[in-house]
Design a protein around this ligand. Structure first.
Ligand code: FAD
Length: 478
């Protein structure tokens, strides 16, 4: 059946766009972290919405499952086949279809990289604010399917909040054109939200209409040592008092995270002396007539905070090169961790007011259970979202430690749940947290999710084994 099926796909998209040789298929079958790998029947590279729809119809007719894939930078194994599926890569669908500067909107195909969309917005003198370290490879389809967050959620919202409309190939191969560019549309259920954050389990996003914003003309950036996470949260409150919506990013980096960057990333340098335990990267952005004001506002707020003991030390960027160097320290943490070796990752969210309590209690509980644990904590503290990762420092002890993933997860996730938080703030569930989430969502919520899946993908061919557990219809309550 394989050869016939490959030929059939070849008739739809061209034989050279159906990858079957093991070496060609392999890069699509392992995730960015190298944590998940699987086998695919083949990789299909369609170039248009109609081709995607025809590929899906062929898969349905053959009873073959589909794994949508964009840049393959996801961190939960959501884009990795588990065995025998067709990986549908959207990379060739990379056209900017339209920019409407007056409407502050842009319509793009799903395979556009996030960076390409940012650049298209810039050319129209607008801002597309979604921003994350993998933006050179991650695609809009993947960003929307994981409801990506990144470093400017604080000011502009996550991928869901940036979306006006979608075009989707449904699980039966029909095309839904929901590419509306409206800020107001109360004509029934808002279907786009079903596909955003669905990790490809309900349909294939082929295009999106996204919100644009005025481009900030000026910004002020600082790298600031704070005594502890509670001080960071207080500093955020003060900055918002002083600068309101002009606070566009507020990221925390713990010392072990910074040490990994300094060790593994060429030219990385600690901007502050004294090896502070906690630092925050702050960015303020605003319109052209705020130029000097923003730097002055930031400086004044930091000086006042220092007098009150909330800030220990700070450096303000005085050039674009310095700004880029400070951002590189934050944005290279994931890369540095990858080079260092495998770790147990938690992408958690709690109310911002609970961040300090979470870190203190989780650190204490982990150190009590695993005295040699290394805790790498960093992330979008302004959104209540931390990347809170654990490992051991030498390879042998780390292997033993990784074997304890279940026990580590229990400590971290139970605490998160107890504080009213989420075990996946921005990376999704994929394969990584598909079972874990059953502990924390109610039976009712899981039933609703399964009902949506059943209604939109009754044959279960859209990215099976991701997001929803195959076993059990209900939740396992802790
Ligand atoms: P993929 O990895 O290809 O796919 C991700 C999921 O979406 C899979 O389930 C896949 O099946 C599905 N999918 C992909 N395309 C489509 C489509 N067209 N239609 C339907 N389903 C689809 N994420 C954040 O949110 N914030 C961060 O700050 C952040 N930083 C990162 C830093 C690094 C260094 C790395 C490697 C990753 C980071 N990520 C971050 C995670 C990742 O970049 C995002 O999840 C990104 O949105 C995934 O895009 P992608 O195109 O690579 O998707």
């Amino acid at each position: 059946m394989s050869a016939d099926f490959h030929r059939e796909l070849g008739l739809i998209i061209g034989a050279s766009r159906v990858l079957v040789a093991a070496d060609d298929v392999a890069p699509f079958c392992t995730d960015w972290r190298g944590r998940y790998s699987g086998n695919a029947l083949c990789v299909a590279l369609p170039g248009s919405t109609e081709e995607v729809a025809a590929v899906v119809r062929a898969c349905v007719a053959a009873g073959v499952a589909v794994v949508p894939q964009g840049g393959n930078t996801g961190l939960c194994g959501g884009a990795t086949p588990t065995g025998g599926e067709v990986v549908v890569s959207l990379r060739r669908m990379n056209r900017i279809r339209a920019v409407d500067a007056d409407n502050n909107s842009i319509t793009v195909e799903a395979g556009c990289t996030l960076h390409a969309v940012q650049e298209a917005a810039r050319e129209a003198d607008r801002l597309f604010p979604l921003s994350l370290a993998a933006e050179g490879s991650a695609t809009i389809g993947g960003n929307l399917s994981t409801n990506a967050g990144g470093v400017q959620v604080l000011r502009y919202g996550n991928a869901r909040e940036l979306t006006l409309g979608l075009e989707v190939v449904l699980a039966d191969g029909r095309i839904w054109n929901g590419l509306r560019a409206l800020r107001k549309d109360n004509t029934g259920y808002d279907l786009k939200h079903l596909f955003i954050g669905a990790e490809g389990t309900l349909g294939l996003i082929t295009a999106a209409t996204l919100k644009l914003f005025p481009r900030p003309r000026t910004h002020a950036t600082a790298w600031v040592a704070v005594p502890d996470p509670a001080s960071a949260v207080r500093l955020l409150g003060r900055l918002r008092d002083a600068a309101g919506d002009n606070v566009t990013a507020f990221e925390i980096v713990g010392r072990p995270a910074l040490e990994l960057v300094l060790r593994h990333i060429p030219n990385a340098r600690d901007p502050l002396l004294g090896k502070p335990a906690w630092q925050v990267l702050i960015e303020l952005g605003g319109s052209s007539d705020m130029g000097g004001d923003l730097s002055a506002t930031l400086e004044r707020a930091l000086e006042a905070a220092a007098e009150d003991g909330i800030v220990n030390d700070a450096v303000l960027a005085t050039s674009e090169a310095q700004t880029a160097a400070l951002w590189a320290l934050r944005e290279n943490v994931s890369e540095a961790q990858k080079i260092e070796g495998i770790s147990i990752k938690h992408d958690i969210a709690v109310p911002v007011s609970c961040i300090a309590e979470f870190i203190a209690r989780a650190d204490a509980a982990l150190r009590a259970a695993f005295p040699e644990v290394r805790i790498v904590c960093f992330g979008h503290i302004g959104d209540g979202n931390l990347h809170y990762n654990q490992s051991r420092s030498d390879a042998q002890s780390n292997d033993e430690f990784i074997a304890q993933t279940g026990a580590v997860n229990r400590i971290v996730h139970d605490l998160v749940h107890g504080l009213g938080g989420s075990i996946s703030a921005e990376h999704g569930l994929g394969q990584l947290k598909r079972e874990e989430v059953l502990r924390y969502k109610s039976q009712t919520e899981m039933d609703l999710m399964r009902a949506v899946k059943q209604a939109l993908d009754p044959r279960g061919l859209m990215n099976p084994g991701k997001l929803l557990s195959k076993v059990g219809a209900g939740a396992l309550h802790a």
